[in-house]
Design a protein around this ligand. Structure first.
Ligand SMILES: [Fe+2]
Length: 278
């Protein structure tokens, strides 16, 4: 699962469309970032697609399998968030319904997007407390792995955390700060996103819990992260921003927070020192 946005260095600079270039290069076209052509639908105005029986079955299978794999390995915030959003195995949720519940919990709403977005569009939404989410689900032949965004990752992986006020505030600040960033700051912020929003760990009950969406929603990453496959390092902005990562392989290094308050305060201090805090 790649990051949820692509820096613009990856973007179009040729006469071919992104899809045509992807086909030529053998890249899955769903992994080519798109630009929004106008404001996306938000909250109550989002119309749900007509899901097939197979789509609903895929949601149920994925939800049950991840809950079984996670057992008690997820952060408490994740389980609380699943309850707050009333997500269950038996029903593929509607984005409008999830948006209402999320807004009541943390003031965030959901914007429906067509797939992977260019950085400026993605961060523009996040900076306004709007979570960009797809509404299509992976196919039955991709239940173990998909390189593309889908609504199981977006809903199950990301949304429960956005009901938690400290994390919700951090993510909006991340969006605002990232829009102000220049040059190497942008790469550092992409790395922070990877090791928190996508692959973050946090201490809980004397142990360690997962809060990153890339682990929560992935069959292989859960076992790898919780089974001793990764070196787990204490979180610090200095250490995280200098850490290399590879989006196509299981992660050899992960970072653990003491609390989301730690994340907020360290991130704010770093952004202030960089001169990019609003
Ligand atoms: Fe993600």
């Amino acid at each position: 699962m790649p990051n949820d946005f692509q820096r613009d260095s990856y973007a179009d600079d040729a006469s071919l469309s992104a899809y045509e270039r992807a086909a030529e290069q053998g890249v899955d076209p769903r992994c080519i970032p798109k630009s929004l052509v106008g404001p996306p639908p938000v909250g109550d105005v989002i119309v749900s697609p007509v899901y097939s029986d197979q789509d609903r079955s895929n949601w149920s299978f994925l939800f049950k399998r991840q809950m079984d794999l996670l057992k008690s390995h997820a952060s408490q915030v994740f389980y609380t968030g699943v309850d707050t959003l009333k997500m269950t195995e038996s029903r593929l949720p509607a984005l409008s319904d999830l948006s209402q519940k999320m807004e009541a919990a943390s003031g965030w709403k959901i914007a429906r997007i067509p797939g992977l977005l260019h950085e400026a569009d993605f961060l523009g939404l996040v900076s306004k407390r709007l979570f960009p989410s797809t509404d299509y689900i992976r196919g039955v032949d991709e239940l173990d792995y998909t390189p593309a965004p889908d609504c199981f990752h977006d809903m199950f992986g990301h949304m429960p955390l956005l009901t938690e006020p400290s994390f919700a505030d951090f993510y909006q600040m991340f969006g605002q700060v990232s829009l102000n960033a220049k040059g190497s700051q942008r790469k550092m912020l992409e790395t922070v996103h990877w090791f928190t929003v996508e692959f973050g760990l946090i201490r809980r009950d004397g142990g360690i819990g997962v809060f990153g969406a890339g682990i929560l929603s992935s069959k292989d990453e859960v076992g790898h992260a919780m089974g001793g496959g990764a070196d787990i390092i204490e979180f610090s902005m200095e250490r995280v921003t200098s850490q290399h990562y590879d989006v196509w392989h299981l992660q050899p290094v992960l970072f653990v927070l003491d609390s989301f308050e730690q994340l907020v305060s360290e991130f704010r201090a770093w952004a202030s020192a960089q001169g990019i805090l609003n």
